[in-house]
Design a protein around this ligand. Structure first.
Ligand SMILES: *Cc1c(COP(=O)(O)O)cnc(C)c1O
Length: 383
């Protein structure tokens, strides 16, 4: 077992494999999965592949019996890879039981391909329903509802979700087209540090279940509470146990035991499983401040600085008195700035290593090849 909390181990791996090196700890993936299951005993785990689509993570979770939230054909295929030798009947049973296609806006060609598996897909508008009816009529559908996302690091409600006031009409519209609405879903926004968002979302869905019932719809059997489960990047984040207690008691209060409850954690499973090791390519002093230029940056593993609103903490393997430094990526774009105020020793030299922990989500997945610099090499450990 590799102990990635030991900087000497990181140094050894970087010497062996080169940098930038994106290390994924599969033991951590397994621990996070089991922790989520233990915290939310009533909830089925659908890993949101979007957060880190590494095939090794998918394989590890597949072997644990995890379910999956996919949002594109490529993500679907990462899971399908493991069931490609099943018979079509077995594939259909697996896909129905274990995959939700949770992008409310889908490509027509993707719908065509998926139809033969009779998948479970989400929608949040009437145009999408027509598209599903025309191109994937054998799908089961789940209506995504807009819920509060106040205080979440990455809000999602401006882009997705039917307003609760339109929800029952959209359920009736599906029924009129002959599509079966299996349930409701929501997403409170990613890295949701405001527990109240979940409380309100569950209340909204409870009321919609009742309203649908009163309008004669009896097909709703599933509630998808989405992602958003926060990671303790900083000590201010409430421990997840508090959120679990609130969600579990609200679920029991508002939804009968027959309602299947599913969740789509992404960050919660993958964030703490990723570490990046990068090396110093250049060093300059500009206006009195030491500037380090690294072989990884915001077009690569540190893309979460932009897309995920993150401040990763850089640590050096070499010890020294920390001073405020600037840290840049390797490309010729000045946007490629990891931090203008990082605490690092001033006496670091070219070729020294730096590393960042808790960088497993929304990082390598959105790496580019900009300026001719390829994404970091991926190293899976503790498989
Ligand atoms: C991104 C996303 C998730 C995962 O969210 P996390 O905050 O990483 O848990 C889950 N469901 C949907 C529909 C998403 O778009």
């Amino acid at each position: 077992m590799e102990d990635l909390t030991d900087p000497k181990v990181l140094e050894k791996l970087a010497d062996e494999h080169g940098t930038p090196l994106f290390i994924i700890d599969m033991e951590k993936i397994r621990q996070n999965y089991y922790l989520f299951e233990r915290l939310f005993p009533r909830v089925q785990v659908y890993y949101a592949v979007k957060s880190n689509s590494d095939p090794g993570i998918v394989k590890t979770l597949f072997n644990l019996g995890s379910r999956f939230d996919v949002a594109s054909l490529a993500e679907f295929n990462l899971v399908y890879e493991h069931i490609k030798d099943y018979t079509l009947e077995e594939q259909k049973a697996y896909i129905w039981d274990k995959i939700i296609y949770a992008n409310t806006i889908k490509r027509v060609d993707t719908l065509h391909i998926l139809n033969k598996y009779e998948p479970l897909v989400t929608y949040d508008n009437a145009e999408e329903l027509k598209k599903i009816k025309a191109h994937c009529p054998d799908a089961g559908v789940v209506l995504r509802v807009k819920v509060p996302d106040t205080g979440s690091m990455v809000p999602l409600s401006s882009k997705f979700g039917a307003h609760p006031g339109e929800a029952v009409d959209l359920i009736l519209a599906a029924a009129e087209l002959g599509l079966t609405v299996e349930g409701l879903s929501f997403h409170v926004g990613s890295q949701c540090v405001n527990n109240e968002n979940f409380v309100q979302a569950l209340q909204i869905c409870h009321e919609l279940f009742e309203e649908a019932d009163s309008r004669g719809i009896d097909s709703l059997r599933l509630l998808d509470i989405g992602g958003g489960f926060p990671v303790e990047y900083t000590p201010e984040v409430h421990p997840i146990e508090q959120l679990a207690e609130i969600i579990n008691s609200e679920l029991d209060r508002l939804f009968p035991a027959e309602t299947a409850i599913i969740a789509e954690p992404g960050r919660f499973i993958s964030a703490t499983a990723g570490i990046v090791v990068t090396k110093i390519l250049g060093k300059a002093v500009r206006e009195g401040k030491t500037c380090y230029y690294l072989d990884d940056g915001i077009y690569h593993t540190f893309s979460g600085v932009i897309f995920d609103h993150q401040n990763y903490v850089l640590k050096s393997i070499k010890q020294g008195e920390p001073k405020i430094c600037a840290v840049f990526g390797p490309t010729c774009d000045s946007l490629d700035t990891i931090s203008l105020a990082e605490n690092l020793p001033e006496e670091l030299e070219l070729e020294d290593y730096l590393y960042a922990e808790n960088i497993g989500s929304y990082s390598h997945a959105s790496s580019t090849w900009f300026n001719g610099f390829p994404p970091a090499t991926v190293l899976r450990v503790n498989e």
